[in-house]
Design a protein around this ligand. Sequence first.
Ligand code: SF4
Length: 313
Amino acid sequence: MYNYLFGPVPSRRLGMSLGVDLVPKKVCSLDCVYCEVGKTTELTTIRKEYIPFAELIAELDRYFAESSQDPDHITFSGYGEPTLNSRIGDIIAHIKQIKPHIPIAVLTNGTLLHDPEVRAELLGADVVLPSLDAATDAAFHRINRPHRDINLSRYIDGLVAFRREFKGKLWLEVFILPGYNDSAEELAEMKRIIGRITPDAVQLNTLDRPGTVPGLRTLSAEEMQRVISLLATDAIEIIAPAQKRTHSSGYRSDKENAILETIARRPCTIADLSTITGLHANEINKYLSVLENEGKVETVRQERGLFYQVKGR
Ligand code: SF4
């Protein structure tokens, strides 16, 4: 049992990915309407050692001592914004010392990259996947609901500066929500900003799991094509749909069954499922995406949040 590690999880972009959580649930500098792990409860820009560094290092060492197969990536993601952890650079350095051949990926919202210290701490990673969903202040505040100290133009400048300094792969994730950031004007401005950042890839994502705000919907295939043609940026990619994850070698039917058996007894939120099965919310989300796409589960919104149940029950 680990407190800060989860998976390996079959990831759409990173193969079998060992997740590392660097902040508790749910510490973040943003409170995105589409967030898969729920509403931000600690909206902050303060960097500190949110989890005990020595405990995390001990868990990593134990994991690699006990595990016979290396993951494709070690990925900092999880319940919040990993760059808020002030020891992220030391953690990267430790992993590079014990497992130099395993690439390290950092999923970040990128809002702290204006800080030269944060940029320097991420230089040891192999892949950094920052997100940027808005090109205008109005869309930024509507989708990402940032901490009051975060300023969009400084955020974008941070991404541009990091691209200049970072020698690894930079994959920019843009989350498109119909009615929020898909107007022609917003996308024209986004295109200009992407031209400044020059990431190695632009990965378009849209709603896969329901967000914290009711009424959000996913982008249709036609709408996605329109976004692609308006962005007209080289190296654009669409993040693969959930069904394809079942082809991943790491897709575990025992975990899928544990989730299905639990919700067959009673409808559960992701937090309930995490408590009952002991799986991380990110991992549960991956399996629910597949099950929902296969028509095996459905969601019902109730006062306490979004509940998952076996379809047709
Ligand atoms: S930045 Fe990521 S973790 Fe934070 S609220 Fe947005 S989607 Fe959730």
